[in-house]
Design a protein around this ligand. Structure first.
Ligand SMILES: Cc1cc2nc3c(=O)[nH]c(=O)nc-3n(C[C@H](O)[C@H](O)[C@H](O)COP(=O)(O)OP(=O)(O)OC[C@H]3O[C@@H](n4cnc5c(N)ncnc54)[C@H](O)[C@@H]3O)c2cc1C
Length: 289
């Protein structure tokens, strides 16, 4: 049995003080990742003496619009994201991703901050949030710092967060109307389905030219990253000049350049290519009309 002391904070200020004065504290938001890890005695947990329950900190549950960004409190649940008119209007592919997570119970309990901070290669919100160039606000008693999500996750289940910090804000830049995003996921079943592969593509097309594209597969690499070589191949091309059969193998080439050949490559190579082709077809369909 893993032994630990259970602490609870109702206000952010208390949580920051506890994180600063206690050693080896693990945060608990919705608990849908960490409680499973504790139950399984997962090695990922490392040594810890305390669990700090932050789930009741009301000031970390919000979705707000500023002139340049949309800001999400880390304790927003997946359900809050799905039900937000603002998120549905601004980033519909993020809602698509949130809807694929677990089951209604998991979506009601699991939080956006927990999904990010757990840093699973299969986390469904991470690819669309990376494609959106999301920034995180990390707070400690020393103050605040801002880190791009791309730099926050540094390995499978590893982040660059300091032990006395927590995520206090998820900041998504607003995007032009010419952007269109898709999120696709494949797994073993339809519900309670951890991604075998997922993929976020965000493209800006103007007068049939792809001015910008961000391609982020999940579960394809040790942690989700943008496939910048493939992006560069596509940017500046007219959509009617892109031959999908020629371009799709490049996504698996980029995956293998990162991971090398692995036991899962014979499955992931064609599956990722098929997912990418399907994603690009949806984008072309929108801009061809
Ligand atoms: C049955 C089941 C199905 C699932 N299906 C999916 C799925 O389809 N897709 C998917 O992506 N995930 C899935 N998950 C995983 C999980 O539900 C999500 O990752 C969820 O968003 C985690 O959020 P949480 O609040 O429960 O995190 P917690 O378990 O509370 O915390 C997870 C980690 O994040 C840290 N943390 C939490 N909040 C903060 C913060 N504000 N700042 C810093 N660190 C923080 C914790 O210390 C811990 O290390 C599933 C889990 C279960 C049990």
């Amino acid at each position: 049995m893993i032994e630990y002391e259970f602490l609870k904070a109702k206000y952010l200020g208390n949580a920051l003080k506890i994180l600063d004065s206690y050693k080896n504290v693990k945060l608990l938001a919705g608990g849908t990742d960490i409680l499973v890890d504790i139950h399984k005695k997962s090695k990922r947990l490392g040594d810890f003496n305390y669990i700090l329950d932050i789930s009741n900190i009301e000031e970390l549950k919000y979705i707000e619009e500023t002139s340049q960004t949309v800001e999400i409190g880390p304790l927003c649940t997946h359900t809050m994201l799905i039900e937000s008119e603002l998120i549905s209007n601004m980033y519909p592919f993020l809602v698509t991703a949130a809807k694929t997570i677990g089951s209604p119970q998991i979506r009601n309990r699991g939080t956006v901050g927990g999904n990010i901070s757990n840093a699973s290669p299969a986390a469904d919100l991470v690819p669309p949030l990376i494609a959106l160039k999301t920034q995180l606000e990390l707070s400690s008693v020393e103050g605040k710092r801002f880190v791009p999500l791309e730099k926050y996750i540094v390995g499978p289940y590893k982040t660059s967060q300091n032990p006395n910090e927590l995520i206090t804000k998820i900041i998504i830049p607003k995007i032009d109307k010419e952007y269109f995003g898709v999120f696709l996921k494949i797994g073993r079943r339809r519900a309670v389905n951890i991604a075998r592969l997922n993929l976020a593509i965000l493209a800006k097309v103007k007068q049939n030219i792809i001015e910008d594209i961000r391609i982020v597969p999940g579960s394809a690499t040790p942690y989700p990253v943008r496939f910048t070589n493939l992006e560069q191949e596509i940017i500046g091309k007219r959509i009617d000049q892109i031959i999908l059969e020629k371009i799709t193998p490049k996504i698996s080439e980029e995956m293998i350049s990162i991971t090398g050949e692995r036991w899962s490559t014979p499955y992931k190579k064609p599956a990722l290519e098929a997912l990418f082709k399907r994603g690009m077809e949806s984008i072309f369909a929108v801009f061809n009309n």
